[in-house]
Ligand binder design. Structure first.
Ligand code: SAM
Length: 268
């Protein structure tokens, strides 16, 4: 890289740039972009993944917040008609401006770890537009995304993401693949929005409410944590044992509780 393109990594933008060619290759193979597809890369940085993504022949929108990286990206990829540079905050980005065709966008990114959870929730609001998502995240977050009921990793993030998506933990990446190296291990996850929700709730906002309330105090029984929303009879009517703790319930049971709350809200 020539002198004029030197960029110092900024902590506040969560900048850990990928430099391991083997890891970059493995991520690109996992994404397997093809000509004619519409990809969206969040946080392209200095273009470690961007180059390979464009090489596939796909159309690529990138969203980068750091103004200093814009001229670097423009110089590297600006000549390519399939490349579109969007400067701004991915958390506020309206993905609908990229198109309305259902399940057409393929979203990828080595995400800034400080915004990964809110960003995933923001993207779930656009799940109908998204075909799949491939993200580099903190390994611990990927474990929570892919968790199953019964363990300590199962919680709000697992439930709300699995409501919308199938989750695959693809592989782990050590700190040495990045510059500067992060303090934690990382992993690549694939999220595929369901074409048809396996457990549709009457109102997804009520599901969010029940799940948030239940996991606010994960050591307590459901009867206790849900007291403000549902009484013992409601919980029983949902076919749930109120003496269980939230981590023992699967997604379908949380949806039944949320539907019970919907019933109660509609009759008050
Ligand atoms: N993709 C590059 C790579 O793998 O080397 C950079 C990854 S780095 C972990 C995260 C990137 O996201 C940085 O380029 C950072 O400036 C950018 N970024 C941070 N916050 C952002 C936000 N809110 N919206 C869009 N990009 C953001």
């Amino acid at each position: 890289m020539s002198e004029q393109y030197q960029h110092r990594a900024r902590k506040r933008f969560g900048q850990n740039f990928l430099h391991d060619a083997g890891v970059i290759h493995r991520i690109l193979r996992g994404i397997h972009a093809r000509e004619g597809e519409h990809l969206v890369e969040i946080g392209p940085g200095q273009g470690a993944l961007t180059e390979g993504l464009l090489g596939s022949g796909a159309q690529l929108d990138v969203i980068e917040l750091d103004l200093d990286l814009i001229p670097i990206l423009r110089a590297k990829f600006g000549h390519e008609p399939r490349f579109r540079l969007n400067q701004g905050d991915a958390l506020k980005f309206d993905f609908r401006q990229l198109g309305h065709e259902p399940h057409s966008l393929r979203v990828v990114g080595n995400l800034p770890y400080n915004i990964s959870t809110p960003l995933i929730f923001h993207l779930l609001d656009h799940a109908d537009l998204i075909r799949d998502m491939h993200f580099m995240l903190q390994k611990e977050v990927v474990e929570r995304l892919a968790a199953e009921p019964g363990g300590g990793d199962w919680g709000r993030l697992s439930i709300m993401v699995q409501y919308h998506c199938r989750v695959e933990h693809l592989f782990n990446v050590g700190p040495g693949a990045f510059n500067p190296p992060p303090k934690v291990d990382s992993a690549i996850v694939r999220l595929v929005p369901h074409a048809k929700l396996p457990h549709p709730a009457k109102d997804v906002h009520l599901l969010e409410r029940v799940v948030r309330e239940a996991f606010n105090q994960r050591r307590k029984t459901l009867r206790n944590t849900l007291k403000g929303l549902l009484d013992a009879a409601d919980i029983e009517a949902a076919g749930v044992d109120g003496s269980l703790r939230p981590e023992q319930l699967d997604l379908a049971a949380f949806v039944r509780l949320a539907d019970q709350l919907a019933l109660r809200t509609s009759t008050v």
